[in-house]
Design a protein around this ligand. Structure first.
Ligand code: ZN
Length: 120
C-alpha cells in the first residue's frame, strides 16, 4: 500500500523531532497533501494509527489539508486548476502543461505536549 510507506517515513521524521525532548508527546500533526499523490486521507489516518501505536505519537490528531492540482499551460501561459486529472488547458486546449501544485507531501507543523509530570 502506497500510504503505508508514506506513513512510515512520516513517523520516522516525527520520531527524529521527538528525540531532543524526552517525555514529550505529539498531539497534532498538520500535513499538506497534493491531490496528485493519490493519497487516500482515510487510508493515511489508518496507517498512522497502526504505526504510532505504543509510541509517544499514539493518539495524535492527523490533520490533512488536501491541495488542489494546478498547472500552467506552456503554450498560452495560463494557470488553472486541474480537475479529475483532466490535463488540458481550458483556454487553448493545449496539452503541454507544467504542474505547479498538487504533488506535495509536506509535514507543515506538529504540536507537542511536554510532559512535566511524572507518570508512574
Ligand atoms: Zn493554453
Amino acid at each position: 500500500m502506497h500510504e503505508m510507506s508514506i506513513t512510515t517515513n512520516l513517523v520516522e521524521l516525527l520520531n527524529e523531532h521527538l528525540q531532543g525532548c524526552p517525555g514529550a508527546r505529539v498531539t497534532r500533526v498538520n500535513l499538506k497533501v497534493g491531490k496528485l499523490t493519490a493519497v487516500e486521507p482515510d487510508a493515511l489516518s489508518f496507517c498512522f494509527q497502526v504505526l504510532t501505536e505504543g509510541t509517544p505519537i499514539e493518539g495524535a490528531e492527523l490533520k490533512i489539508e488536501l491541495v488542489p492540482v494546478r498547472a500552467r499551460c506552456l503554450q498560452c501561459q495560463s494557470c488553472f486548476e486541474v480537475k479529475e486529472f483532466y490535463f488540458q488547458c481550458p483556454r487553448c486546449s493545449g496539452k503541454e502543461l507544467e504542474t505547479i501544485a498538487g504533488d506535495e507531501l509536506d509535514l507543515v507543523s506538529l504540536e507537542i505536549e511536554e510532559d512535566e509530570k511524572d507518570k508512574g
